[in-house]
Design a protein around this ligand. Structure first.
Ligand code: ZN
Length: 350
């Protein structure tokens, strides 16, 4: 048992944020999938948009709370001598950015400058520099940005809303960052300040049906959004990014291909195609099915999960201190019992 095992992240109603309309398309026609309670207080809620099948958290801890808890965790990690960086994850990150760099070079052969929003420890820059590209990064997490700076990379340790630059970039990327943001629209609007007419915006996020395997995602604190191709297109278009297209970044690389990878360009008066009714309805019912998988049947949405406490800022509640590398492997360690119809109690595995 290490120092981090005893961490508990406490939460009051004033620490919560409410998102009433769809985070992607702003529709108010949404349905509740699930909620999580601690001692009777709903701290996390998952909703599905009727209009675009976007999945988002309609109740969640607010950004101030998350930032405070990240600082607490960082301090505990320092005290325990635990590195926030996993070598295995960074090796994979380098491979992934290698593939992204090649895909961007193909899409924009003259690419010379690159801005990565949420660059982590800057591992991906190695891959871009090998292609002769000048890299800039934004990373608010000190434990990661300090490593990037130590390695000589041009990284600003700020939230993207406070990033400053006099120049525009040929490619701007958000690689597995947009799904974490409470206000992704604001982020995409902000990105336009650093774009020129030919800038390519590369967005990579988990794809909802690839990522959501069962009910456990209802507890996944780290993701504010689970995107599908249509909801990402609609969100981007509201920010003024059009010409959206899916690209197969990881085809033939041996890396996981299930993520949603899309490229956008600035466009005035964007209006994305809405998915046709049949596609939308099939997608919504598959998403509903996914969130019920693993639960005893005959328990309709919305599901309520009663948690004892929060002990992990990504997983929400982990049932064991033994942390697995893959998110889905951690889920198996939770213990779930049916309390009454559609209401479940979650506890630690014994
Ligand atoms: Zn929507």
């Amino acid at each position: 048992m290490n120092t981090l095992d005893s961490l508990r992240f406490s939460l009051k109603s004033e620490n919560l944020a409410h998102q009433v309309t769809c985070l992607a398309c702003d529709s108010s026609s949404v349905q509740l999938i699930s909620s999580c309670e601690i001692k009777g207080l709903t701290i996390f809620e998952t909703s599905l948009c009727e209009a675009c099948a976007h999945v988002y958290r309609s109740i969640k801890p607010n950004e101030i709370w998350f930032n405070e808890q990240f600082a607490v965790r960082h301090q505990k990690q320092l005290e325990a001598g635990i590195s926030p960086i996993s070598e295995a994850i960074e090796i994979e990150r380098l491979e992934r950015y290698g593939a992204i760099g090649l895909a961007m070079k193909k899409a924009s052969p003259k690419m010379g400058t690159y801005l990565d929003v949420g660059c982590g420890p800057g591992t991906g820059f190695k891959a871009f520099e090998e292609l002769g590209i000048v890299c800039t990064g934004v990373e608010p997490d000190t434990s990661r940005s300090s490593i990037a700076k130590k390695n000589g990379y041009d990284v600003q340790e700020v939230e993207f809303q406070h990033f400053k630059s006099e120049q525009t970039y040929d490619v701007i990327s958000m690689v597995h960052s947009l799904e974490h943001f409470q206000d992704p629209l604001d982020l995409l609007i902000r990105a336009k300040s650093f774009a020129h007419e030919g800038t390519l915006l590369y967005i990579e996020v988990p794809e909802v049906l690839d990522h959501v395997q069962d009910w456990n995602d209802s507890l996944y604190l780290a993701h504010m959004s689970n995107f599908n191709e249509h909801s990402l297109k609609i969100l981007a278009s509201r920010a003024g990014w059009g010409k959206g297209r899916v690209i197969k970044t990881y085809e033939n690389t041996g890396l996981h291909e299930g993520h949603l990878c899309m490229v956008f360009q600035l466009e005035q008066n964007t209006s994305p195609e809405r998915p046709n009714a049949k596609v939308l309805s099939e997608l919504k019912s598959e998403i509903q099915n996914r969130y019920a998988l693993g639960l005893p049947s005959e328990n309709a949405h919305p599901h309520v999960f009663e948690l004892p406490f929060l002990n992990d800022l990504s997983l929400g509640f982990k049932g064991s201190s033994e942390l697995k590398m893959k998110v889905h492997d951690n889920y198996a360690q939770r213990h779930l019992i049916l309390k009454e119809k559609s209401r479940f109690v979650i506890s630690e595995s014994d």
